[in-house]
Design a protein around this ligand. Structure first.
Ligand SMILES: Cc1cc2nc3c(=O)[nH]c(=O)nc-3n(C[C@H](O)[C@H](O)[C@H](O)COP(=O)(O)O)c2cc1C
Length: 203
């Protein structure tokens, strides 16, 4: 697929059909993720791969709030995905990397960081997963893990304290009815001249 088409066609898919996803395709998504840029080549990301029905069910058990309605349209759609990938990031890996002699931030002071690069890099890797999904003719949705379920999630999958989940990505074969269309149904895409400031703010 043309790259511009990959970019243009990407949108979040929240319901999937029951065809399995070829594990080799998931391998490719993860290989592409590790081609993302990273500050100081820290590569402080990690990915939890859940691609068996049992593991995917464990993910939903661990992350769904007890008060959630199991008939909820979003949840029932998302649960049809045969694959869930969880991108994680390690702030520690960045503090360690930048304390190395070629960087020299031995005080590990977080105030030195222009922005938290550990989130920037894992976000870039996540986008490469989403774009690979489109290139493979599949669908995906990135979504957050509810804060009050993060500990339950950590416990269920043995995630160490050094790593924080960014969110999760459902992946599968898209259905024509992709479930909830999400916010784009209610909001316009912002125009280029509204978001691009050429030469000067407001220019
Ligand atoms: C950081 C982030 C968090 C998101 N969280 C959720 C979420 O919790 N549930 C959901 O259904 N979609 C979530 N989305 C998807 C957005 O709603 C979606 O990307 C946006 O509405 C634009 O639609 P599109 O991606 O289909 O073009 C999230 C996207 C991002 C980038």
């Amino acid at each position: 697929m043309e790259f511009s088409e990959v970019v243009r066609r990407r949108r979040m898919v929240r319901r999937y059909d029951d065809r399995p996803v070829d594990p080799a395709v998931v391998d490719r998504m993860l290989e592409h993720a590790t081609r993302a840029p990273s500050a100081g080549f820290s590569q402080g990301w990690a990915f939890l791969r859940l691609d068996t029905p049992i593991d995917v069910a464990r993910f939903w058990d661990a992350t769904t709030p007890a008060t959630a309605d199991p008939e909820n349209r979003w949840l029932s759609g998302m649960r049809t995905a045969p694959v869930v990938l969880v991108p994680l990031t390690s702030k520690q890996a960045y503090l360690d990397r930048y304390a190395a002699p070629d960087k020299g931030w031995t005080d590990r002071d977080e105030a030195r960081w222009p922005v938290p690069y550990w989130y920037v890099d894992a976000g870039m890797a996540t986008l490469l997963i989403l774009q690979t999904v489109i290139d493979e003719g599949l669908g995906a949705c990135f979504f957050g893990i509810t804060p009050e379920r993060v500990e339950t999630f950590r416990h269920a999958f043995g995630i160490p304290e050094t790593h924080q989940p960014l969110g999760a990505i459902t992946i599968g074969h898209r259905l024509p009815d992709t479930g909830s269309p999400g916010s784009p149904q209610r909001r316009e895409r912002r125009a280029l001249d509204e978001v691009v400031h050429r030469g000067h703010w407001g220019g």
